[in-house]
Design a protein around this ligand. Structure first.
Ligand SMILES: Nc1ncnc2c1ncn2[C@@H]1O[C@H](COP(=O)(O)OP(=O)(O)OP(=O)(O)O)[C@@H](O)[C@H]1O
Ligand SMILES: [Mg+2]
Length: 210
């Protein structure tokens, strides 16, 4: 479906048809969001059945970070996205799933912080580990909610920002996918002062394949 939309988009650009171009760009973004959602639900069922397997390879972390950044920038123009690259490093893991972890965290940072604020994506290499973090200047999360955030289907009941849609599975998947990679997700947050989600992965990860 995406390739048909992209094809039509190229035609609209060639024919200088700004209205159709705008509509097709929106359709492309929505299709991408739907794809992410379907992937999340498929991963949820796999985890529940104990059938989540990792497709392990060695990949460049820098490339993955840059891909996540450019995907984010095409999906959202409402926030300032900053990226602090780490040194070039190859890590062993499931590239697609680490990508889903990053996409989920950056997606949340955008979703739960006001337009115009900054979302920073960082990675740093030390002692054979890569430390990642995603920081926002959003609504923050209370200590009580932080304790339950990674539970399946858990969503914070919050009146401060009106209704934001979601299923409460993103962070559950993030936590489970990182566990399979020998990592752990952490949150540091104060109400109304923003949040930082961080995790560490060994450069040569100890990975359970099933
Ligand atoms: N960066 C953040 N700032 C503030 N609250 C957050 C942030 N990230 C997550 N939350 C809170 O944690 C809850 C759980 O997040 P999670 O990503 O699991 O689900 P969701 O975003 O509601 O839905 P989805 O399944 O589509 O990701 C959210 O509903 C939100 O209340
Ligand atoms: Mg989410």
């Amino acid at each position: 479906m995406r390739s048909y939309i992209q094809l039509a988009l190229v035609k609209a650009i060639q024919r200088v048809d700004p209205f159709t171009e705008k509509v097709l760009v929106r359709a492309e973004i929505q299709t991408r969001k739907m794809t992410t959602l379907i992937q999340d639900f498929l991963n949820l069922s796999r985890l529940e059945e104990g059938k989540m397997s990792l497709n392990v390879s060695s990949f460049s972390l820098t490339d993955l970070m840059e891909e996540t950044m450019s995907e984010t920038l095409t999906l959202s123009s409402t926030h300032v996205i900053k990226y602090e690259a780490c040194e070039e490093v190859t890590i062993a893991g499931d590239r697609e799933k680490i990508g889903q972890v990053l996409t989920n965290l950056v997606g949340n940072a955008i979703k739960y912080s006001p337009e115009g604020t900054t979302v920073s994506l960082k990675c740093a290499l030390n002692n054979g580990h890569v430390a990642f973090s995603v920081t926002d200047q959003g609504r923050g999360i209370s200590k009580a909610d932080q304790a339950r955030l990674f539970e399946r289907f858990y969503r914070v009941q919050d009146d401060r920002q009106g209704h934001v849609s979601g299923f409460g599975i993103g962070l559950y998947l993030v936590a489970e996918l990182l566990k399979l990679h020998g990592g752990e997700i952490k949150v540091q947050s104060d109400l109304d002062a923003g949040s930082t989600f961080s995790f560490v992965l060994p450069v040569h990860a100890q990975i359970s394949k099933s």
